[in-house]
Design a protein around this ligand. Structure first.
Ligand SMILES: Nc1ncnc2c1ncn2[C@@H]1O[C@H](COP(=O)(O)OP(=O)(O)OP(=O)(O)O)[C@@H](O)[C@H]1O
Ligand SMILES: [Mg+2]
Length: 269
């Protein structure tokens, strides 16, 4: 399969990361946001997350589409990565964390409160978001955590949940789902290739409300939203080599805790 090549000009400024593990180099060139694999196969995981979402009921403007690419660095070195098209336009991006800061608080006061259950944290966080923006994003947020559980995303920190503010009309919206690359055991520094997947899977910790994926998954009580059969077919037919990301996803698809996400229910497996 032919993979697009993106050249990084000498003059392009790398973008500084904000995350815990985030040492991925990134650039913005025109309306393309490009990020380079740093710890393993982040771009394969990112592209696979796009495939999953494209087999869901989510409209395509609810998630960022990522495309695999080869990156040609200014010194001529070729590395792997992925890119997406700008989703911000003229809107201002405000991370979940920044939203709380702007209102003289922090998400920590909720997420690290040991007296609260995961459900209570979720309700308090959602109520605060609603008071700051007017948005009720309970369903979208729980859906995001369900997706994260499916792909074992270990990087859903409070800067990877984003709002968009329209300064002209003074209105808020939730940004599309983005930055799903630290998932499906893509961090090969932490999850060594060759080790049994079943053992590695148990080491991955969720964010931001609970380190347990199943606890965060249990917040979702909406309708099923993933076409599992379609996903399996697309996965089998894809010419792209997803490597271990695919193996991990297939093993997740067989886990009965995700039953509530599959649209066709019992006839599905
Ligand atoms: N398609 C896009 N449209 C608009 N902004 C984007 C896009 N992709 C990335 N960005 C901006 O770049 C930032 C970093 O992108 P992203 O979160 O994907 O990278 P990362 O290195 O994986 O992040 P982290 O710092 O969470 O590890 C985003 O928070 C956002 O501000
Ligand atoms: Mg990020």
């Amino acid at each position: 399969m032919h993979i697009e090549r993106v050249s990084i000009p000498e003059s392009a400024h790398p973008i500084i990361s904000t995350s815990s593990k985030g040492d991925q180099s990134k650039w913005r060139i025109g309306n393309k946001w490009i990020k380079q694999d740093a710890r393993g196969y982040e771009s394969k995981a990112e592209v696979l997350a796009t495939l999953i979402l494209s087999c869901s009921t989510l409209p395509s403007n609810r998630y960022v589409q990522y495309f695999p690419c080869e990156i040609e660095l200014p010194d001529g070195e070729i590395t792997k990565g992925c890119y997406s098209y700008d989703f911000r336009g003229d809107l201002q991006e405000v991370t979940l964390e920044r939203l709380f800061e702007a209102n003289f608080t922090s998400t920590d006061s909720i997420t690290t409160d040991k007296t609260l259950s995961t459900e209570e944290k979720f309700q308090q966080l959602s109520a605060q978001i609603e008071s700051f923006t007017g948005l009720n994003i309970r369903q979208e947020l729980a859906q995001l955590f369900a997706l994260d559980a499916l792909i074992l995303n270990e990087d859903r920190h409070t800067n990877n949940i984003l709002f968009l503010y329209d300064p002209k009309f003074k209105t808020w919206s939730l940004a599309p789902i983005f930055d799903n690359g630290l998932s499906l055991l893509s961090d090969e520094k932490d999850y060594a290739p060759g080790k049994p997947i079943s053992i590695l899977k148990r080491k991955v910790k969720a964010k931001p409300l609970n380190s347990s994926f199943s606890k965060q998954l249990s917040l979702y009580d909406g309708p099923p939203f993933i076409y599992k059969k379609q996903l399996i077919t697309r996965l089998e037919e894809s010419p792209f080599d997803f490597g271990r990301a695919k193996t991990v996803l297939v093993s997740q698809l067989n886990d009965p805790i995700f039953q509530k996400l599959w649209i066709e229910g019992e006839n599905n497996d």
